[in-house]
Write a protein that binds this ligand. Structure first.
Ligand code: FAD
Length: 391
């Protein structure tokens, strides 16, 4: 059944599902997994503590303290201290954010990050200027997975994203531009849910982690459009990476560790000049078709504003690790949008494109996350479908 559902060309893209699965499993996923472990790509610069610009009276300060595990246990009422939960109740957002799995492990590497320029990204809200509030996070020590962040705080963010900033397009006949933002965010949302499902705290008492296939089905697989949007977003970001080949090939990946840096360059080349990718899916997404009509520039401006709002909303995410990955992945998407829509169809992208180091790190880590999600759906999809669709 799932074969029937997800066969043919990925909507608005240029490759079919089977090709994407095969290419990802055989080529992209293995390269990306190695690439993101290199010193250049594993450290992300981020300002994790910014005030939420949308709802200042939300009690963010309370959340802020708890998400860095600074809440003394004595702050919690006695009734919260149930067995096996180390004094923290399961259904309380504030306290769930104090769980170790929600906290960010900060690792500094002073040798990393030299020599890139700082140019503003019109698609994102982030202020990337270096200051004391910026920290470097080792992404390898902070995997995106289940954190226990749920309830009204999480729901409020997703509601604000979908209802105010990227409403579901009115009909199948809507133009590609109108669908774009919704599909990108929905694809990212699917990927976040898939990471929660693939690395879930199955038993808190014994600290047992593993896949939660019921959650995978309930949140993603039972909704075919969420799976389609995941593939769409993956191809969109992949296209951005291949479009920026000249830039990415020449970029400076030095971190002070020549052996590791050579590996980084080698993985980048393996990805950008991959003969299998070029043969099977040379144009994952065709951005040249967009913004063509009379309303093109106006639409683009509107969508850019909506995406900036979504980027700003990441400062309202009330769990530190979720905020880290939310910020990174939205910056990665913003970078893909910047690459694909900077040149207005002209051929001079290499001259006008300027990327920040952090944007490139976010872009590649996002691509890796999407690749992991596509892989997980491909590996688990059929079994889960069989299990949950049988009468
Ligand atoms: P939610 O995932 O909160 O979804 C809310 C509603 O959105 C659904 O009811 C549905 O109507 C709609 N929806 C769901 N999926 C899609 C889709 N793919 N496309 C379109 N519409 C959809 N939790 C963690 O445990 N770990 C994390 O790393 C993490 N990161 C997060 C990052 C961000 C930016 C945000 C906002 C939240 C994050 N969360 C994380 C919380 C997580 O995403 C869920 O909100 C939480 O697990 C509660 O899930 P839910 O079942 O209520 O549905």
């Amino acid at each position: 059944q799932d074969k029937h559902r997800f066969s043919g060309i990925v909507e608005d893209c240029c490759c079919n599902y089977e090709t994407v699965d095969h290419l990802n499993e055989e080529v992209l996923h293995p390269i990306l997994q190695e690439l993101v472990k290199t010193p250049f790509f594993r450290y992300f610069k981020v300002k994790l503590w910014c005030d939420c610009p949308f709802w200042p009276d939300d009690g963010m300060c309370r959340l802020r303290d708890c998400s860095v595990c600074e809440c003394p246990e004595s702050e919690f009422p006695e009734s919260f201290k149930k067995p096996f939960h180390h004094g923290l109740p399961l259904d309380d957002v504030v306290c769930q954010e104090g769980k170790p799995q929600a906290a960010v492990d900060r690792t500094l590497d002073n040798k990393a990050f030299r020599g890139w320029t700082e140019t503003d990204n019109p698609w994102t809200y982030d202020d990337e200027t270096d200051n004391a509030e910026m920290m470097y996070v080792n992404l390898q020590l902070n995997p995106e997975r289940y954190t226990g962040y749920t309830g009204p705080s999480a729901r409020r963010i997703w509601d604000a994203i979908y209802s105010e900033n990227c409403p579901k397009y009115p009909s199948e006949d809507s133009c590609q531009e109108e669908k774009l933002l919704y599909k990108l965010i929905s694809g990212l949302h699917s990927s976040i849910s898939i990471h929660i499902a693939s690395d879930y705290l199955l038993d808190e008492a014994t600290n047992l982690w593993g896949p939660n296939l019921t959650l995978l089905y309930d949140r993603v697989l039972r909704y075919p459009d969420r799976v389609r949007n995941l593939y769409f977003t993956f191809l969109f970001v992949l296209r951005a990476v291949t479009k920026a080949t000249n830039y990415l090939e020449q970029a400076e990946y030095e971190t002070g560790n020549p052996t590791e840096d050579l590996k980084t360059q080698s993985f980048i080349k393996q990805l950008l000049y991959n003969p299998q990718l070029q043969a099977a899916c040379p144009l994952p997404f065709d951005e040249a078709k967009l913004w063509k009509g009379q309303k093109g520039p106006e639409l683009k401006q509107k969508i850019q504003g909506q995406f900036r709002n979504i980027s700003a909303l990441m400062d309202c995410v009330g769990c530190e690790k979720c905020r880290l990955w939310g910020k990174l992945q939205v910056l990665g998407l913003g970078t893909a949008l910047k690459i694909l829509f900077s040149d207005d169809g002209q051929e001079n992208l290499a001259q006008i494109l300027q990327l920040q180091r952090n944007e490139v790190i976010a872009l590649m880590n996002l691509l890796n996350r999407l690749s992991e999600s596509v892989n997980f759906v491909h590996q688990m999809g059929s079994a889960v479908e069989r299990q949950f669709s049988s009468p």
